[in-house]
Design a protein around this ligand. Structure first.
Ligand SMILES: CC(C)(COP(=O)(O)OP(=O)(O)OC[C@H]1O[C@@H](n2cnc3c(N)ncnc32)[C@H](O)[C@@H]1OP(=O)(O)O)[C@@H](O)C(=O)NCCC(=O)NCCS
Length: 203
């Protein structure tokens, strides 16, 4: 089904640019994944990854051959603010899992993650030929849930009380978006954009 599994060198959005990671990004990566707030939102274990674990992960999964991981940069300043990836690419069934971390906390909630996710979905459906992209998110991660919903992911299930955090149990929520849903949303957005000047002219 897939002819080109590699990611291109870059994907450009209005405010973000996704680029291949460079070896020098490791130091920043280590800082992100040692941060307790980032760890709380992203990791099944309730503690930071050890620096050597982060390095092993970075070398094998981020830089390694066949990696489908991108560094997220702010377009205007080129600042490196996060990372996003597809994993578990299933060629027979046309699916993958999506992961994203904006590691620079001052950049949370400014739309960067949403745009990076949109760029990855466009790549998944337009060029990789995927049929579905899934993800999982902890119930308490409201910012992530909102960001994912905004770009079209829908909740499809939950692993009840799968996560023990802050002294209580939380569900792990599964979300996904299908190619047909993504195309319908894109068509609706384009139609809304085309309609806007006419509406403005009639008022
Ligand atoms: C999850 C993440 C990728 C989202 O990217 P982002 O750039 O911060 O999010 P966006 O700005 O695109 O969207 C955030 C949404 O949450 C809302 N939001 C912002 N802060 C919030 C908060 N503290 N609580 C709830 N919602 C919040 C925003 O208003 C926005 O919703 P809206 O578009 O409906 O107004 C990013 O915050 C991140 O990497 N967080 C840390 C790691 C993480 O949680 N990764 C995901 C693991 S599944």
């Amino acid at each position: 089904m897939f002819t080109r599994l590699r990611l291109p060198d870059r994907l450009e959005g209005e405010r973000t640019v996704l680029r291949r990671h460079e070896p020098a990004n490791l130091e920043v990566f280590k800082r992100w994944y040692a941060d307790p707030e980032v760890v709380r939102l992203t990791r099944y274990q309730d503690g930071p990854m050890r620096p050597e674990e982060i390095e092993r992960f970075f070398v094998a999964r981020v830089l390694g051959p066949g990696s489908l991981t991108f560094a997220i940069h702010v377009r205007a300043s080129d600042r490196l603010i996060g990372t996003c990836a597809f994993s578990q690419l299933d060629g027979d069934n046309g699916s993958a899992l999506f992961h994203i971390t904006i590691g620079e906390k001052d950049c949370w909630g400014q739309g960067y993650g949403g745009e990076a996710t949109e760029l990855m979905l466009e790549h998944a459906f337009e060029r990789l030929g995927l049929h579905r992209v899934g993800l999982s998110v902890f119930e308490f991660n409201e910012r992530a849930l909102r960001s994912y919903r905004r770009v079209g992911f829908v909740v499809e299930g939950r692993a009840r009380e799968a996560i023990l955090r802050d002294g209580r149990w939380w569900d792990e929520i599964q979300m996904s978006i299908l190619e047909g849903e993504w195309r319908a949303r894109r068509a609706a957005h384009r139609a809304a954009r085309r309609a806007r000047p006419i509406e403005a002219g009639t008022t």
